[in-house]
Design a protein around this ligand. Structure first.
Ligand code: SAM
Length: 263
């Protein structure tokens, strides 16, 4: 699946790159750490965490007094602090697949907040029961995953949470203009990763196509969020939940697109 979607134009396919970011290569040591620090600084200065937390809180809704929030691919874990500032009653599970990241999170201020649990989780195979959360959130991470990983996140995130919110960069070469700014916030390593990541962002069409093929009845809504984000809100289709409840009661299995079939 091209990152620009199944009908991506020839120039979009050429724009895409297979090059890896330093962030995805912990063996690059100092460069990986510098890119992560630079990204954190960039998100703070550009208002990224504020935007993510606003969208996450909106995804929870006002009717849940003590929302259960799961942050996947948390990195520095700064989003959890912003979410708790907006909803102090929330309980947040902060997770990442990288054990070194999880260790650093536990050693930092989040590790001392009783509202926060810090665990190692793979966003593509979430070791949590169905419906354990009100909302699961994944930010600035989707483009790190291959298409099969994106499909798995959509399936798994909507299994463990009522809603899944994914936010990543908007796919458009014009945003390459931000790369010099990244050089200012994170030096060469972040400029490199920014240049690569912008070319690896998924377009909305790709997300819709992958949701169709994710093996679960997932409905996605995508939209552009200024100044440069793709926001994806995913949930299981309501009719599939009903079919699934009826199916469970009668011993019927539910197919990947919500249609029931006899077991
Ligand atoms: C670019 S950082 C983004 C960190 C943070 N979410 C943010 O918005 O700044 C991507 C993070 O995703 C994590 N990650 C990559 N693949 C993952 C997976 N399959 N499951 C969970 N986390 C993953 C990486 O370890 C890294 O910490």
């Amino acid at each position: 699946m091209p990152r620009g979607g199944p009908d991506a134009s020839w120039w979009d396919r050429r724009y895409e790159t297979r090059r890896e970011e330093y962030i995805d290569r912990p063996e690059t040591g100092a460069r990986c750490r510098q890119a992560l620090r630079g990204l954190d600084r960039f998100q703070r200065l550009s208002g990224g965490y504020r935007t993510y937390s606003r969208l996450a809180v909106a995804a929870v809704g006002d009717d849940v007094p003590r929302p259960r929030v799961l942050e996947l691919g948390a990195g520095h874990g700064r989003l959890a602090r912003h979410v708790l500032a907006r909803r102090p009653g929330a309980r947040v599970t902060v997770s990442d697949v990288n054990p070194l990241v999880v260790e650093a999170l536990r050693a930092g201020p989040l590790g001392r907040d009783r509202r926060i649990e810090i665990v190692r989780l793979d966003a593509t195979a979430i070791d949590r029961p169905d419906g354990a959360y009100d909302v699961a959130v994944l930010t600035t991470c989707l483009h790190h995953l291959p298409p099969s990983g994106v499909a798995a996140v959509l399936r798994e995130g909507t299994r463990v949470a009522r809603r899944l919110l994914v936010v990543d960069g908007w796919r458009n070469p014009l945003y390459l203009a931000a790369v010099p700014l990244m050089a200012l916030t994170g030096g060469w390593a972040q400029a490199h990763d920014g240049f690569v990541s912008l070319r690896r962002m998924y377009g909305a069409a790709a997300v819709h196509a992958l949701a169709e093929r994710c093996g679960a009845p997932v409905r996605v809504r995508t939209r552009f969020v200024p100044p440069a984000y793709l926001a994806v809100l995913a949930e299981r289709r309501a009719d599939s939940r009903r079919t699934s409840a009826v199916g469970r009661a009668s011993g019927e299995r539910v197919g990947p697109n919500g249609g029931g079939r006899a077991g």
